[in-house]
Design a protein around this ligand. Structure first.
Ligand code: GLP
Length: 259
C-alpha cells in the first residue's frame, strides 16, 4: 500500500454527462485514490459530514483510511457519519446488518465519536418516523459534505432500485429479486436475505455537496456505462447523478471496459 501523501494517478479520465470518471489500474489503486481523497477532505475541514456505503467494494478503502489514521495522519474526531441504508428487521448485532459492517470495517477502528455515527435503525417501531428523523438530522448537521457510494449490478445506489424517483427521500424500499440474489452470498440461503430495507433517497444523496462512487470488476461494467453514458433515467438510479455538479466515479479498468 502507498503512503497517504503519495499521489495515485488514474490511467484514464473520462468526462461525460457531468460525471468525472477516473479509471485506475486495479481495485487497490481505486481504494488508495478514494481514501486519499476522503482523507484530504476530512483533514481540510474543521467539521466534516461523511456519507458512507456498505458492500464489498469500499472495504479496501476503509482499510486504507484506517491505515492512514493509524499512521497518525488522519483524525475522525470532527467527523459525523451517515450511512446510506440498512436492512429492515436485522438487529444491529447481526453480522449482515450494515451497522455491524460499519463498526467492523471502519467505525470501531478510528477515533470517530460513536455518538456521531448514524445508521438507520431497520428495527424501528415507527420506520417512517425513523426515516424522517434521519433526513432531519442530516439537515440539522448542515448537510453531507461527501457521500461515498457503491453501485449495484442493476445501477442501484444505496438501496434505490430502478424506478426510484429523482426526488425520493429516506424511506422503506422493497429489494429487487436481483439485488437479493446478489447479496445472497452473504447469507446462509436466499430466503434469509431481507426483502425490505430503509434507504436514503436519490435526492438525499444528490443533496450531498460531493459524491464519490466506486466500482470495481467486470460485473459492474454495464451499470457504470449506463450511469455515465446512458440516459439520465430512473431505470438506472446511478445515472441520476448526471444532474449533480460534483460527482466523481473511481473505477478500475474492468469496470470501465464498456465506457
Ligand atoms: C448493496 C448496498 C449498496 C452497494 C451494493 C453493491 O446493495 N446497499 O450500497 O453499493 O450492495 O455492493 P458490492 O460493493 O458488494 O458490489
Amino acid at each position: 500500500m502507498t503512503s497517504a501523501k503519495q499521489t495515485i494517478s488514474p490511467v484514464r479520465v473520462v468526462k461525460k454527462n457531468g460525471i468525472r470518471v477516473e479509471v485506475y489500474e486495479d481495485a487497490e489503486a481505486v481504494s488508495a485514490a478514494a481514501a486519499a481523497m476522503i482523507a484530504g477532505r476530512i483533514t481540510a475541514s474543521s467539521k466534516f459530514n461523511l456519507g458512507l456505503a456498505t458492500g464489498s467494494t469500499p472495504i479496501k478503502t476503509y482499510d486504507e483510511l484506517v491505515r492512514i489514521h493509524e499512521a497518525g495522519e488522519l483524525t475522525f474526531s470532527h467527523v459525523t457519519s451517515f450511512n446510506l441504508d440498512e436492512y429492515v428487521n436485522l438487529p444491529p448485532t447481526h453480522d449482515q446488518s450494515y451497522r455491524y459492517f460499519m463498526m467492523k470495517h471502519l467505525l470501531d477502528r478510528v477515533d470517530i465519536p460513536l455518538y456521531n455515527t448514524f445508521v438507520l435503525n431497520g428495527q424501528a417501531v415507527d420506520v417512517d418516523a425513523e426515516c424522517s428523523a434521519f433526513e432531519g438530522l442530516i439537515k440539522a448537521r448542515g448537510g453531507v459534505d461527501l457521500w461515498l457510494l457503491g453501485i449495484g449490478g442493476n445501477g442501484h445506489i444505496g438501496f434505490n432500485e430502478p424506478g426510484s424517483a429523482v426526488d425520493s427521500r429516506t424511506r422503506v424500499v422493497t429489494l429487487d429479486d436481483c439485488t437479493r440474489a446478489d447479496n445472497a452470498r452473504f447469507f446462509a440461503t436466499l430466503d434469509d436475505v431481507p426483502t425490505h430495507a430503509v434507504s436514503a433517497g436519490v435526492q438525499t444523496i444528490t443533496d450531498s455537496h460531493a459524491v464519490l462512487l466506486l466500482a470495481t470488476g467486470a460485473g459492474k461494467a454495464n451499470a457504470v456505462a449506463a450511469a455515465v453514458a446512458g440516459d439520465c433515467s430512473v431505470d438506472c438510479p446511478a445515472s441520476l447523478l448526471q444532474g449533480h455538479d460534483d460527482t466523481t466515479f473511481m473505477v478500475d479498468v474492468q469496470a470501465a471496459k464498456m465506457l
